[in-house]
Design a protein around this ligand. Structure first.
Ligand SMILES: [Fe+2]
Length: 340
């Protein structure tokens, strides 16, 4: 694994930046399904859908944390050292003609490719040297996600396995690990055009490692469904920073889990802006792990006495599977971005 000695925090988070006070949950208590933790976690996920997990309480969490820091190093080297043709050959989106990103560049590593289709999934040499790191990180992310999904099953009065069985690493799912790079704007002046426009994630659970501010969410109760694009940023001026906390991973729910629970669990709307204060003078690198339902999952609501019943309209809709749903979603985002 690469050294994690790089200074992940290049400047302090400014004390006067407006921040949201999100709950912090102990990984140990999530893994144990501690009742008080489970109830609070469930309530948070029925509202803002954003929280921290303290990874330092558990050996598994410390390993996951160390892997996240190692991936920061991989991402930083990959973005800074590779020329445009090298980046483009690996579907690195967002780099300009000179190989440098103006606002955001990113690339992903497929969990299916690494864990299920290794014979046909080729990483370029500049990534393949750390393959074991990616595999372990993705497996650990799934262990943490399954612990939360197990809690949701109980709180939603679903049968054991209703959610956990459709989020297994043995199944094709479109899950990935993603590296993101937000270059420092000139003189650290915040960019007017938001580099990561407001949106909700497609999957069930997203886990984010970041070491500078930039991620923002709105206050509870402002969720209005799916967004993507500039318009969404203008819908509210109540954006607050999610302050990176050492030893913690930031977690949010996505649209898939919201659909499977007919809106009972909420996808957390968010955006990414220039890091606040002196942090804005430095490039921002982040790493995310996604957890999505298996490709053959029907994207319709599960049923229980806690999940809201489907409407007449929903009952007559022909459900599509998670693979087709995610294809449709990407197409909608591309179309929307093209029209903005
Ligand atoms: Fe996102």
């Amino acid at each position: 694994m690469p050294s994690a000695t790089y200074d992940h925090y290049p400047a302090p988070f400014p004390e006067d930046a407006p921040v949201v006070d999100l709950p912090k949950f102990s990984l140990t208590k999530i893994l144990q399904a501690d009742e008080e933790t489970a109830e609070t976690l469930f309530q948070v996920c029925c509202n803002e859908g954003f929280f921290y997990i303290d990874l330092t309480t558990e050996p598994l969490g410390l390993k996951f944390l160390e892997e996240g820091q190692g991936l920061h190093h991989v991402g930083k080297e990959s973005f800074e050292d590779n020329a445009l043709d090298v980046k483009k050959a690996y579907h690195c989106a967002g780099a300009d003609e000179d190989g440098k990103a103006k606002t955001l560049e990113f690339f992903s590593i497929s969990r299916d490719g690494l864990l299920l289709d290794r014979d046909n999934y080729a990483l370029p040499p500049w990534l393949s040297k750390d393959e074991e790191l990616y595999k372990s990180f993705l497996k650990n992310a799934n262990i943490v996600a399954l612990a939360m999904l197990s809690i949701f099953e109980k709180k939603l009065h679903l049968d054991p396995g209703a959610l956990t069985n459709i989020h297994q690493t043995k199944d094709w799912s479109g899950c990935f690990l993603r590296f993101l790079h937000y270059p420092a704007p000139k003189e650290g002046k915040p960019l007017e055009k938001v580099p990561g426009p407001a949106h909700t994630d497609a999957g069930s659970i997203t886990m984010l490692f970041n070491w500078q501010g930039g991620l923002q969410i709105t206050k509870t109760g402002e969720f209005e469904g799916h967004y993507y694009g500039e318009d969404a940023d203008k819908k509210t001026d109540n954006w607050l920073f999610v302050k990176p906390e050492p030893g913690h991973v930031i977690v949010n729910l996505g649209e898939a889990i919201s659909i499977l629970t007919n809106g009972k669990l909420k996808a957390g709307k968010h955006r990414v802006v220039t890091p606040p204060g002196p942090q804005g003078r430095f490039p921002r690198f982040s790493v995310i792990a996604t957890n999505r339902p298996a490709n053959d999952t029907l994207m319709k609501s599960l049923k229980s006495d806690v999940i809201p019943p489907e409407t007449e309209k929903q009952l007559h809709e022909e459900p599509i599977d998670a693979l087709q749903w995610s294809i449709n979603k990407v197409a909608a985002i591309v179309n929307r971005a093209a029209s903005d």
